[in-house]
Design a binder for this molecule. Structure first.
Ligand SMILES: Nc1ncnc2c1ncn2[C@@H]1O[C@H](COP(=O)(O)OP(=O)(O)OP(=O)(O)O)[C@@H](O)[C@H]1O
Ligand SMILES: Nc1ccn([C@@H]2O[C@H](COP(=O)(O)O)[C@@H](O)[C@H]2O)c(=O)n1
Length: 224
């Protein structure tokens, strides 16, 4: 019996990571932040002084990443830097990079670590490419201004002194690259439920998401 997968996609700072963590906790499912994989490729290249525009080097870096590397990188604070995020959005447009990371993501979804009963994956192409048969597909979004405000507040909270215009421009550039790339562009799956949370609290977003889960994975509900 395949384990249920909850696919959560959306643009940068839309709140998909926040939602994915809460849904995974509510359901007792394993969680994979797939953005961390692309960030890991970018960070490895940046540290090695490799040009992020070198598609062959990016593919080789992605192919060389082991599960242990991924585990180490997910705990690396530099993974969350905006320079790493921009780098990730550049390397993620390289078809060889996406191909190299495909099996890891599908294997996680099919065999959630720890024998957990299901998996939540968040990213850009989970519902369209990685897990097209997922019973639950959520596309979480918010206006670009709201997302830039959230990221701005987050950076200030980390003690940084960002310029709002720069944060907004970075967000627009990332949206542009992620939605316009030729391979696995950011787009809602045709059967995804779209949650525009521009005016919703995180709790309201969670409630809306769990309503969808209840409807689509009834045998997992009520969850202990
Ligand atoms: N509904 C919401 N209302 C207000 N703020 C929110 C909401 N959801 C998330 N946030 C805040 O917005 C910021 C971005 O959220 P989060 O990191 O979950 O987004 P993301 O889509 O995973 O971003 P990225 O793709 O860049 O990793 C965080 O500071 C988070 O606390
Ligand atoms: N499934 C995915 C996940 C991420 N990306 C790319 O990585 C960048 C960083 O992702 P975050 O979710 O950590 O912000 C993102 O801008 C995408 O370019 C992807 O392509 N596919």
């Amino acid at each position: 019996m395949p384990r249920p997968v909850i696919a959560i996609d959306g643009p940068a700072a839309s709140g998909k990571g926040t939602l994915a963590r809460k849904v995974a906790a509510a359901m007792g499912y394993a969680l994979l932040d797939t953005g961390a994989l692309y960030r890991g490729v970018a960070l490895t290249m940046i540290r090695a002084g490799v040009d992020l525009g070198d598609a062959e080097a990016a593919t080789a870096t992605a192919r060389a990443l082991t599960a242990a590397d991924i585990d180490r990188l997910t705990h690396d604070p530099d993974l969350r830097l905006d320079t790493t995020a921009s780098g990730a959005s550049r390397v993620s447009a390289v078809p060889g990079v996406r191909q190299a990371l495909l099996d890891f993501q599908r294997d996680f979804a099919a065999n959630p670590p720890g024998g957990l009963p299901g998996a939540v994956l968040d990213g850009r192409d989970i519902g369209t490419v990685i897990c097209p048969n997922a019973p639950v597909k959520l596309f979480v979004t918010a206006s670009v201004t709201v997302r830039a405000q959230r990221r701005f507040a987050e950076l200030q909270g980390r003690g940084e002194n960002p310029d709002f215009a720069d944060v907004l421009a970075d967000m627009q550039a990332r949206d542009d690259r992620d939605t316009k790339r030729a391979v696995a562009p950011l787009v809602p799956a045709s059967d995804a439920v779209i949650i525009d949370n521009s005016d919703m609290t995180p709790q309201q977003v969670l409630d809306a998401a769990l309503d969808v889960v209840r409807g689509r994975i009834p045998r997992a509900w009520p969850h202990p």
